[in-house]
Design a protein around this ligand. Structure first.
Ligand SMILES: NC(=O)c1ccc[n+]([C@@H]2O[C@H](COP(=O)([O-])OP(=O)(O)OC[C@H]3O[C@@H](n4cnc5c(N)ncnc54)[C@H](OP(=O)(O)O)[C@@H]3O)[C@@H](O)[C@H]2O)c1
Length: 273
């Protein structure tokens, strides 16, 4: 049986052409798709799945990791990902009502404005989505430059989720260019953040990290899905994992799709069991 790769990614790849997907996941279908239990992944088992938090929202995390669990190379995630990962990274943004990142990731990775390319905008319009997702950031200290492209070039007014104890000056400066929302006293409460996004109608929540934010999300139990690229590299060294927090938060997940990209990356999608 041949499993169509595009069926393994109901979101966000539904609506894209076969060629688009197959160009990304270049290996011959019958040869290179990863086969757990010597059988192909059954596309019939793939669905949104996950727990229903009752708010109609869906929170997806996306990460790349090395085989030995490193979330960074020389302090950045970009050195780990290859073509397949970058393609999926872009495609996932197409699906999102809101792209969410922790301030540490925005600073380290040098995020700019959340502007999608013309193809993505056309695809979103065809799906009835807004042309661009909202960009939402999470920060306690509000060490974010209001003049940065994140805000100055934003096609949609960004949101900054912060805490009641955030510095007043930085709050006032950012409020000129973004919606600054309290979602906790001394740390942002992920459940409150999620509920606030859902109340705005931003229910397809796509979180691009980083590890501190992911750890907080896991602790709070708000994660529905993890898309994880396993890069074919061993890194060693001091790099951290894709999630960390003071408290452990074991969360059962089940596989929704497993793909092998032409670049040798395993593209995993797991939803909450
Ligand atoms: N492998 C991957 O796929 C991947 C993905 C993303 C990032 N990364 C890497 O991860 C590293 C950054 O790690 P990180 O843990 O610092 O990233 P992070 O989680 O994006 O940022 C941490 C910062 O976000 C804010 N924050 C997060 N959770 C918060 C909460 N509950 N309440 C209030 N503020 C909160 C705080 O900002 P303030 O300091 O402003 O208060 C905190 O210092 C970078 O090297 C980046 O390249 C890797």
């Amino acid at each position: 049986m041949t499993t169509r790769l595009d069926r393994l990614w109901p979101d966000p790849l539904d609506g894209l052409g076969d060629d688009d997907v197959l160009a990304t996941y270049a290996p011959p279908l019958g040869e290179s798709a990863y086969r757990p239990d010597a059988g192909e992944v059954d596309a019939g088992e793939v669905d949104a799945g996950g727990a229903d938090a009752g708010d109609g929202a869906w929170l997806r995390l996306n990460f790349v990791s090395s085989l030995d669990g490193a979330a960074t190379r020389e302090g950045l995630s970009g050195g780990l990902g290859r073509g397949g990962d970058k393609r999926v990274f872009d495609l996932q943004r197409r699906w999102a009502d809101v792209v969410l990142v922790g301030a540490g990731t925005a600073r380290a990775e040098g995020y700019g404005a959340m502007v999608l390319d013309d193809d993505a905008v056309a695809w979103r319009r065809a799906q009835g989505l807004a042309p661009h997702p909202v960009f939402a950031l999470v920060s306690g200290r509000l060490d974010l430059d209001p003049a940065s492209p994140i805000f100055a070039e934003a096609p949609v007014r960004p949101i900054v989720y912060t805490v009641a104890s955030a510095p007043a000056g930085a709050r006032a400066a950012l409020a000129a260019v973004a919606d600054v929302m309290d979602a906790g006293d001394t740390s942002v409460d992920p459940a409150r953040l999620r509920a606030e996004l859902a109340a705005r109608g931003l229910r397809r929540i796509h979180a691009e990290g980083g590890p501190s934010l992911a750890g907080a999300f896991l602790t709070a139990g708000v994660v529905d899905e993890l898309c994880l690229t396993i890069a074919p590299t061993l890194e060693g060294g001091p790099a951290g994992r894709i999630a960390h927090a003071d408290a452990a938060a074991p969360t059962g997940m089940r596989p929704a799709s497993v793909l092998l990209s032409g670049d040798g990356e395993l593209l995993l999608r797991h939803v909450r069991a």
